[in-house]
Design a protein around this ligand. Structure first.
Ligand SMILES: Cc1cc2nc3c(=O)[nH]c(=O)nc-3n(C[C@H](O)[C@H](O)[C@H](O)COP(=O)(O)OP(=O)(O)OC[C@H]3O[C@@H](n4cnc5c(N)ncnc54)[C@H](O)[C@@H]3O)c2cc1C
Length: 377
């Protein structure tokens, strides 16, 4: 095994891969180590929904736009299929439509269109006819993460990045990473530990008030219609920070509290995306704990399915797969810190890693190598 690199990345999830890509593009000799034999955490359990519209205004939104550009650039060479381009945020209530109208009038609404009646149903099959309307955003992409992360890993390996599976980083110091199988050396080290809050730099993580968030996810059999954009509904507007500035949001929230209190208590919002075989990935819920329980109570899934049936014409969704995913969660959307010279700890502490990791990787690598910050900063 080679022991000397220009850049070592701990963690082969999407945040680690984002850093590996940026480092490889900067001309560095890169190795990525992971304690697992393949990424099996949040990065493959998610929707693969590269979301721009709805991201918090400012750096998160700009990172999402940049990351979306990078996904679009690498998808072809890496053999990654793009299943959706765009997003339909469906309004079930007039109050939600008011939020969408206000959002569309902002800078972040650039390129987005409001759709009602016939226009809406011409845009997408399978939407319920009692929807008030929708906002169509052209910015999003959707990949099937369970394949895309493996394809991205294989492509990076073909481009010269070394992957060191089943290799746990036990200690990280300036210039070196100690593993049970030997010491690796590099002037630049990036730690992307996902949900491991205990092994590396636990004090930094504790100071950031990071906990974990558990999400319920399901795959639904092909409903018999195809849609080209990801679908969301009213509940997403009160969760996604990008809509926070909308004057009508408190009115929508009050109506949701009156009509869908249990959904809000479970942190449910609807995302539905479709894969090549027609099946839908549908979720999700949000339950926070330092050690989330591993269980998936049926009533939470049933609420998610009820929201699906209230938005799409899928009256009896057939669930063909269920799983839970966990991501780190904290007051910051994401953070990168320098616990030691030449070392960065990079964590996405919200459910946005598939949408922002590539841009964060560019920022961290430019910072480590002393290059100018990327344009999106
Ligand atoms: C159900 C679900 C749905 C989501 N949907 C979306 C979505 O549609 N769009 C979006 O943008 N985001 C979404 N997210 C969020 C996104 O998936 C995460 O932000 C992202 O995957 C985090 O990536 P990561 O690389 O930090 O973590 P992970 O994927 O957890 O990877 C971390 C890796 O680090 C390794 N590791 C940790 N410590 C060590 C160590 N000491 N030594 C060696 N290896 C180590 C682990 O083995 C693991 O492989 C979702 C998340 C979940 C759970």
């Amino acid at each position: 095994m080679e022991h000397h690199y220009d850049c070592l990345v701990v963690g082969a999830g999407i945040v680690g891969l984002g850093h590996a890509l940026a480092a490889q593009r900067a001309g560095l000799k890169v190795a990525v180590l992971d304690r697992d034999t393949r990424a099996a955490g949040a990065s493959v359990r998610n929707f693969g929904f590269v979301t721009v519209t709805g991201q918090q205004e400012g750096i998160t939104w700009r990172r999402a736009r940049r990351s979306r550009e990078i996904w679009a650039e690498i998808a072809g060479p890496a053999g990654i299929a793009i299943h959706h381009r765009g997003l339909l945020v469906c309004a079930r209530r007039p109050e939600a439509m008011a939020v969408l109208e206000e959002f569309q009038a902002t800078t972040m609404g650039d390129g987005c269109r409001l759709l009602r009646g016939r226009d809406l149903h011409d845009e997408a099959e399978g939407l319920r006819h009692d929807l008030v309307g929708a906002l169509h955003s052209p910015h999003e992409l959707r990949v099937e993460s369970r394949y895309a992360v493996a394809q991205l890993t294989a492509w990076l390996a073909a481009e010269g990045v070394t992957f060191l599976p089943r290799m746990a980083a036990v200690t990280v110091e300036t210039g070196r990473v100690t593993t049970p199988r030997g010491t690796l050396h590099a002037p630049h080290i990036v730690v992307c530990p996902g949900t491991d809050l205990a092994s590396l730099f636990p004090d930094v993580i504790a100071r950031r008030n990071i906990t974990l968030c558990k999400l319920h996810m399901m795959r639904i059999a092909d409903p018999g219609f195809a849609f080209s954009a990801a679908v969301m509904s009213d509940l997403g507007l009160v969760r996604y920070l990008g809509y926070a500035g909308s004057p009508s949001l408190p009115t929508l929230r009050a109506r949701l509290e009156a009509e869908q209190g249990p959904w809000l208590a479970d942190g449910i919002h609807l995302i539905a995306v479709q894969g090549a075989d027609g099946s839908l990935v549908v979720g999700d819920s949000h339950h926070y704990a330092d050690t989330p329980d591993p269980f998936q109570p049926r009533e939470v899934d049933d609420r998610i399915l009820a929201e699906l049936s209230a938005t799409l014409a899928v009256d009896a969704p057939e669930v063909i797969e269920r799983w839970v995913g966990v991501y780190p969660s904290g007051p910051d959307v994401a953070f990168t810190e320098a616990p030691l010279p030449g070392v960065r700890l990079s964590m996405v502490t919200s459910g946005t890693g598939a949408s922002t990791a590539f841009a964060i990787g560019e920022e961290t690598i430019a910072d480590l190598t002393g290059d100018a910050p990327p344009e999106h900063v």
